[in-house]
Design a protein around this ligand. Structure first.
Ligand code: GUN
Length: 289
């Protein structure tokens, strides 16, 4: 059984990002720049935003760091996004989710210029994605596709199962697999016979957000590839995924661990999108990425 780790995949992606960012600098004198907007003091969000900024610095990308108080009004937050939309030096805008209660997250995401929407949350970019014409792709699902590509896992013609139907992971994951010619099933909390879905699946992507939800007693195919997107905490504070790794690993061909499997790919693909957004806005071909 193969452990599919993110590190070699992320390193390959970072090499591409560095080269593409260099190309943008040579052609325009401008470094691709990400603006992060953090509202409030949620500790996990602070860590995520700090890591995104650190990665920009490491790769030579620009980073603008906006921190707003937890009681900021919707109008002030809207104004911040409008300024970033209009700022020619800013290529990507990321408003960290979740926003504090009382702020309309969907309205804020809808306001972000789709050309700077490095999360791929805007209906415009989701529409392009659904037609297979996406340019800025959703970070976590795109990271999963990179893991599959890097490990030479065939997708065309395979049965793929996505467990979870969130807008951020489950739905776009199903679309990317479909565009890669898999036969895709999406299972969720109302699915009656999950075991029947698992029994016929060659690729299983778990994105339910529940600790160790997929167990070893399900009828796993022995050559199945299992991708665990979940990041949960046990009552003891340990990180664990949506699959019971120790139970399933001996039964399948390949599996991603948590932590160290899919997680690091999300930031890697955010860096890809930041450079892609810069290239799109400057009219530079982005195929190198
Ligand atoms: N919060 C947790 N993950 C993400 C993400 O990928 N993007 C944003 N904007 N917020 C998040």
């Amino acid at each position: 059984m193969l452990h599919l780790k993110a590190e070699p995949v992320a390193n390959e992606v970072y090499a591409r990002v560095t080269r593409a960012a260099q190309l943008v600098r040579e052609k325009t004198g401008h470094s691709p720049t990400l603006a992060t907007v953090l509202v409030g003091e949620d500790p996990a969000s602070q860590v995520y935003v700090r890591k995104k900024g650190e990665m920009c610095h490491k790769l030579g990308l620009g980073h603008r760091d906006y921190k707003l108080l937890p009681d900021v009004t919707q109008d002030v937050l809207f104004d911040t996004v409008r300024k970033l939309n209009a700022d020619p030096e800013v290529d990507g805008i990321l408003v960290q989710s979740p926003l504090p209660k009382g702020l309309d997250e969907a309205a804020v995401f809808d306001l972000i210029d789709p050309k700077k929407d490095v999360d791929c949350f805007s209906p415009y970019n989701v529409g392009l994605l659904s037609q297979g014409r996406g340019t800025l792709l959703p970070c976590t699902p795109a990271g999963v596709m990179e893991i599959l590509r890097h490990n030479k896992i065939d997708i065309a013609g395979k049965r793929a199962l996505v467990v979870g139907r969130s807008d951020i992971v489950g739905k776009p994951m199903a679309l990317l697999l479909l565009h890669a010619h898999a036969t895709v099933t999406v299972a969720h909390s109302k699915t009656r016979d999950l075991a029947a879905c698992v029994a016929e699946s060659d690729i299983v992507v778990a994105a339910i957000g529940r600790a160790r939800f997929l167990k070893g007693d399900l009828p796993w195919k022995k050559d199945a590839v299992v991708i665990d997107v979940g990041i949960n905490r046990t009552p003891e504070g340990k990180l664990c995924g949506d699959v019971a790794f120790d139970e399933i690993a001996p039964k399948v061909a390949a599996i991603t661990p948590v932590p160290g499997g899919v997680g690091p790919m999300t930031i890697a693909m955010l860096m890809v999108n930041t450079v892609r957004a810069a290239m799109l806005r400057k009219g530079i071909s982005y195929k190198e990425l």
